[in-house]
Design a binder for this molecule. Structure first.
Ligand SMILES: [Zn+2]
Length: 95
């Protein structure tokens, strides 16, 4: 468990780490909800809310996109959002 502020600090650090390697992250989404505390939401995977938000914000073609996740819920969220190719991280490491 950590606070939203902790999350924001970690996220800024992560984005900067990638930037130092020449990788620019356009945006990071997160779900601040929990079903037992705030009730159900559209953004908690396997729901596709965060992906749909990114698709709308950046005019992304879901069919031509690739989602890489380390959980089954990532894969399911990608499928629900219409992402063309959804991979488990294990699949990526094998390719
Ligand atoms: Zn949420």
């Amino acid at each position: 468990m950590y606070t939203e502020t902790d999350y924001e600090v970690l996220t800024r650090w992560m984005i900067n780490q990638f930037k130092q390697e020449g990788i620019y992250i356009t945006n990071v989404y997160h779900c601040p909800h929990h079903p037992e505390i705030t009730g159900e939401c559209d953004c908690r995977k396997p729901n596709p809310g965060m992906i749909l938000q990114a698709i709308a914000t950046y005019n992304i073609s879901p069919v031509n996109s690739v989602l890489i996740g380390d959980k089954k819920r990532d894969f399911l969220a990608g499928k629900k959002a219409g992402i063309g190719k959804n991979l488990y991280i294990q699949d990526v490491l094998r390719e």
